[in-house]
Design a protein around this ligand. Structure first.
Ligand code: ASP
Length: 324
C-alpha cells in the first residue's frame, strides 16, 4: 500500500466513523465542566441535571469543577476540547457578560461553542454575614455608604453572576466597595457564614438553605415578584433598588464542530431532565423553575446568548469595569 492509499483509507474510515459514532453516542462517560468551584450554585444546578441526563444517555455525566477567572477558565477548557460530545459546559449569564468584560478571552464566545439548550433562570439575593449591622436594605445602604472603606463584597471573579450583581449594586448606591474574588460562591459562602467577608449577591441555588437556617442575613431578591420559597424577602424594587432586577440564566454548551446528532441527543437528554419531577421539585425549593422544552434547544439557546451579549454590552461599557 502506498502512503497515499493509506491516507485515503484513513479519510474514508473517519467519514464512516462520523455517523456511526453519533448513532452509538455515548459509549463512555460524558464530562460536564462547571466553571466554578464545587458546592456553589452552578455546581448545584449541574449535579441535578447531570443525574437525570445520565439515566437518559445510559452513561454517567460526570461534573468536573474548573473554577477561576470568573468562569472563563472552565469555558476555555471546553472551547478547546475534542468536539465529540464527551466534554460539555454548563455555564450561566457569565458566558454573555464575559464577552464584553474581558478585553482578551482565550476563546471566541459565538464561534467556539455549540449551544445545546437553556436550563433555568435563577434569582439572586443580596445577603450579608449574620452579624452585619443592618436590619433592612435602607440600613444596609446607609451603613455601606458610611463605611465604604471597610465593607467587603465577595464574588466569584470578573464575569461571574455575583460580580455582575455586585456591580449593579455598587452602581445603584453610587459607592465602590472592596471586592474579594473566589473561585466560586461555594467557598465565598463558607467565608460569609464564618463572617470573614461582609456582603455578597448570590444565586438562590446557593443562598436559600443558608437564609432559612439563619446562617446569613438576606435583604432582597432580584426578581420582579417575591419568591414562594423566600416569601418574606422583599424584591429589589420594593427595597428601593429597582435597577437591580436580574436573573441568572444557565445553558449547556458543546465545543463547536460537535456532530449535530450528538448535540440533538444531549439536548433531548436535557429536555428530559427539565421535565423530571425530582428536578422540578428541587428547583422549586431553591427558588427556580426549569426552562420549558422549547427553550432547551440549540436554536433557542443560541438566540438567547446573542441577545444577552447585545443587552449587557452597553451596560458593562458604561460601568467601565474590564478585565484582561
Ligand atoms: N455561579 C457561580 C458559582 O457557582 C458564582 C457566580 O457566578 O457568582 O460559584
Amino acid at each position: 500500500m502506498t502512503f497515499r492509499s493509506i491516507a485515503l483509507a484513513a479519510v474514508g474510515l473517519s467519514v464512516l466513523a462520523g455517523p456511526a459514532m453519533a448513532q452509538n453516542y455515548p459509549t463512555r462517560p460524558v464530562t460536564m465542566v462547571v466553571p466554578f468551584a464545587a458546592g456553589g450554585p452552578t455546581d448545584t444546578v449541574a449535579r441535578l441535571i447531570a443525574q437525570s441526563m445520565s439515566q437518559t444517555l445510559g452513561q454517567q455525566v460526570v461534573v468536573e469543577n474548573v473554577g477561576g477567572a470568573g468562569g472563563t477558565l472552565g469555558a476555555g477548557r471546553v472551547a478547546k476540547a475534542e468536539p465529540d460530545g464527551y466534554t460539555v459546559l454548563l455555564h450561566h449569564i457569565g458566558q454573555a457578560t464575559s464577552a464584553t468584560l474581558y478585553r482578551k478571552l482565550p476563546y471566541k464566545t459565538l464561534e467556539d461553542f455549540q449551544t445545546v439548550g437553556l436550563v433555568t433562570d435563577v434569582p439572586m439575593t443580596i445577603v450579608a454575614r449574620k452579624d452585619f449591622p443592618a436590619k433592612d436594605m435602607k440600613e444596609l445602604v446607609e451603613y455601606v455608604k458610611a463605611n465604604k472603606d471597610k465593607v467587603t463584597l465577595a464574588n466569584a471573579g470578573v464575569g461571574s453572576a455575583s460580580h455582575l450583581c455586585g456591580m449593579l449594586f455598587q452602581d445603584a448606591i453610587k459607592t465602590q466597595l472592596t471586592t474579594v474574588p473566589y473561585k466560586g460562591t461555594g467557598p465565598a459562602m463558607n467565608d460569609l457564614v464564618g463572617s470573614q467577608v461582609d456582603l455578597m449577591c448570590d444565586q438562590t441555588t446557593n443562598t436559600t438553605g443558608q437564609i432559612k437556617g439563619n446562617a446569613i442575613k438576606a435583604y432582597a431578591v432580584t426578581t420582579k415578584d417575591r419568591l414562594a420559597s423566600l416569601g418574606d424577602l422583599p424584591t429589589v424594587a420594593e427595597a428601593g433598588l429597582a435597577g437591580m432586577t436580574v436573573g441568572v440564566w444557565h445553558g449547556v454548551y458543546a465545543p463547536k464542530g460537535t456532530p449535530a446528532p450528538v448535540v440533538e441527543k444531549l439536548s433531548g437528554a436535557l429536555q428530559t431532565a427539565l421535565a423530571d419531577q425530582t428536578v422540578i421539585a428541587r428547583f422549586a425549593e431553591l427558588g427556580t423553575t426549569p426552562e420549558p422544552k422549547e427553550r432547551a434547544t440549540p436554536a433557542a439557546h443560541d438566540q438567547h446568548l446573542r441577545a444577552e451579549i447585545a443587552r449587557w454590552k452597553p451596560i458593562i461599557e458604561a460601568a467601565g469595569t474590564f478585565a484582561d
